[in-house]
Each structure stands twice: as structure tokens, then as C-alpha cells.
Write a protein that binds this ligand. Structure first.
Ligand SMILES: Nc1ncnc2c1ncn2[C@@H]1O[C@H](COP(=O)(O)OP(=O)(O)OP(=O)(O)O)[C@@H](O)[C@H]1O
Ligand SMILES: [Mg+2]
Length: 323
């Protein structure tokens, strides 16, 4: 019996573009425990948003399974009226796009509580107190999204997502569209609220320094697959998968001065034509001949990490790799 609030098993999601099938998510397993922050990282186009949207049920028709509190997300009502659905919320990168420009802020935040059976006046009071909690004036309830800055709008989107005290939240690049000065403030707010409400959160980001600061665990994604998961400090102190090693090596160092760019040969391959065997092999500095034909199995390390690499399976992973 698992105590996960989110349990993703062998999930695959396909798009069709110009008659070609793109397997944007290709057999992913991840779990989220109550109150846990899981950072989901990987280069642009690797499938992070597709995975997030499938988990909350915005994208349907996936293969495999997503369980939310033990219930299949596929079966949860799409009409936002199912209380199960309300308990699983998503915050998007673009807070303007996710708010309705023509409706007052207060009404938009009050929607969730009203669906859950709260009276309109109580729901509006709740909206006011949430707006204050996210650092906005209570009279913001009567204003419209365009009257706020990007950072403020993201605070509004957070207030709306929290209005019915969800048990889990998927935050897809929630701070990357904000100016640098509001990024840290909004990230801190989100983390404080996640703790206060005892929610679990999947935090999708390509900014590894923020992921390191806030996540309990990290999942590293490459071209539709999770190549490594583990506790944040283990991943940072001793990344195992060659791709994780490359990502960590590319992070600016603590002195803020030295910066090693992600220096892998080639670009992320087109997911319509994924490489055979291990999808990372054409860019991997330590690839062996079997890597182009053998799909790596997931190996569990002593510290609880899971790594998908044949070198890990064979016990021949070099400690350090030069990129
Ligand atoms: N609606 C769609 N139709 C067709 N292909 C899509 C669609 N949405 C995404 N894709 C493709 O699926 C793959 C994964 O996209 P996704 O947006 O999930 O990546 P991502 O990791 O979130 O990238 P980013 O960091 O840029 O946000 C990409 O190759 C993308 O081009
Ligand atoms: Mg994305």
C-alpha cells in the first residue's frame, strides 16, 4: 500500500503533428508523497508540461495510469465540479493566460469554494483573506487581471489555486515569466503556502538553483523519460546518470562567478524520431556500444535513488565525467 497522493505508472502521452506521432511522455513512473516538493527538471521540449497536464487531467487519452489519492485521474470529472478534481490544482507559467481578463479577481478566486458548496459571500471573504495572504490588498477582489503586474497576477493565480485547500499542486514554471526581483518572492510564497497547507507539489522548472533550494526530491527528465530520481542533496552531491551529471555541471557555482554551460554534443533529438536504445546515447560522453540498442532498466541505489543507465546496471559508471 503506497502513501503517495500522486502515483504515475508507465505513463505515455502521444501527440500527432503533421501526421507524425510524437511520444512526448514515454513510460514515466513517479510518485508524490503528501507534503513533499518534487522538482521536475529537464531541457525544453523533454515533456515536462505534457506530464504535468496529464497528471491533473487537462490532457486525456494517455496510456498507463495516474492515481490521485488512489483514484484514476481519467475518471475524475473534467467539469471542475468534481471535488476530487478541485483538490488537484495547476499553476501555469503565464499567469495572464490562466486568469479570465473579463472577470473580477474575487469572483475567480471564489469559484472553487462555491463549487465546493460555500456561499457566495463567504467565498468572497475567503478570496479577500487569500489575497492578503499572498501579499495583495483585500480590495483587489473588485479589480481585473490587467490592473496587476505579472508578479501580482501570479500571486492571484496562487490564491485561486489554494482557495479550496488542495492536497496537491502542479506548478509549471510558475516563476520563469516573472522579473528577477519577484521570482524569489513568489517562489518563497509558494513554498511557505505548500508547507502551511501541507500540500504536495510538483515544481516544474529548468532553473536548477531554485529546484535545489526548494525541492525534497528531484526527477530528471530527458526526451520523454525519467532518467534519475532521488533526494535533492543526493542528486546534487553525487549525480549518477550522465545526463544529470551534465545538468548539474552546468549550474552556476555558489560563488556566482563560474558558470559551465550545458555542453553536450548535438541538440535534444526530435521526439518524433527518438534514438534507439537509451535515448540519451547520441549525446552521452560515456556511451558504450550496447547503449544504442539496449533500453536501460531502472536501477535502485542504496540511497533510494533510481537511475536508468546500463552503466549503472553493470556497475561501471565512472565517478566523474568531463563534459
Ligand atoms: N499540442 C501539441 N501538439 C503537438 N506536439 C506537442 C504539443 N505540445 C507539446 N508538443 C511537443 O511535445 C514535446 C514535449 O513538449 P512539452 O511542452 O511537454 O515540453 P516541456 O518540457 O514542457 O518544454 P519547455 O521547457 O519548453 O516548457 C515537444 O516536442 C513539443 O514540441
Ligand atoms: Mg513546459
Amino acid at each position: 500500500m503506497s502513501n503517495s497522493i500522486i502515483e504515475v505508472s508507465n505513463l505515455s502521452v502521444e501527440y500527432t503533428r503533421n501526421g507524425k506521432k510524437i511520444r512526448a511522455v514515454a513510460g514515466v513512473d513517479i510518485q508524490l508523497a503528501p507534503g513533499e516538493i518534487l522538482g521536475l527538471v529537464g531541457e525544453s521540449g523533454c515533456g515536462k508540461s505534457t506530464l504535468g497536464k496529464t497528471i491533473v487531467g487537462i490532457l486525456k487519452g494517455a496510456e498507463g495510469e495516474v492515481l490521485f489519492n488512489g483514484k484514476s485521474v481519467e475518471k475524475i470529472g473534467r467539469g471542475r465540479r468534481d471535488p476530487h478534481f478541485l483538490n488537484l490544482q495547476m499553476i501555469f507559467q503565464d499567469p495572464y493566460g490562466s486568469l479570465n481578463p473579463r472577470r473580477k479577481i474575487g469572483e475567480q478566486i471564489a469559484d472553487g469554494p462555491m463549487i465546493a458548496g460555500v456561499s457566495k459571500s463567504d467565498a468572497l471573504k475567503k478570496a479577500q483573506s487569500l489575497l492578503e495572504r499572498v501579499g495583495l490588498p483585500a480590495n483587489a477582489v473588485d479589480r481585473f487581471p490587467h490592473q496587476f503586474s505579472g508578479g501580482q497576477r501570479q500571486r492571484i493565480a496562487i490564491a485561486r489555486a489554494l482557495a479550496i485547500s488542495p492536497t496537491a499542486i502542479i506548478a509549471d514554471e510558475p516563476i520563469s515569466a516573472l522579473d528577477t526581483s519577484s521570482q524569489a518572492a513568489v517562489a518563497n510564497l509558494l513554498v511557505n503556502l505548500v508547507e502551511e497547507f501541507n500540500m504536495g507539489m510538483i515544481f516544474i522548472s529548468h532553473d536548477l538553483s531554485i529546484v535545489r533550494r526548494i525541492s525534497d526530491r528531484v526527477a530528471v527528465m530527458y526526451l520523454g523519460k525519467i532518467v534519475e530520481t532521488g533526494k535533492t542533496e543526493d542528486i546534487w552531491n553525487s549525480p549518477s546518470h550522465p545526463y544529470t551529471k551534465a545538468l548539474i555541471a552546468a549550474i552556476p557555482h555558489a560563488d556566482g562567478q563560474s558558470f559551465v554551460p550545458l555542453d553536450l554534443p548535438g541538440d535534444v533529438p526530435n521526439p518524433a524520431f527518438p534514438p534507439s536504445g537509451c535515448r540519451f546515447h547520441p549525446r552521452c560522453p560515456v556511451a558504450q556500444s550496447q547503449c544504442s540498442s539496449v533500453e536501460p532498466l531502472k536501477v535502485s541505489l542504496k540511497d533510494g535513488r533510481e537511475v536508468s543507465c546500463v552503466l549503472q546496471e553493470a556497475g561501471t559508471m565512472p565517478k566523474a565525467i568531463t563534459f
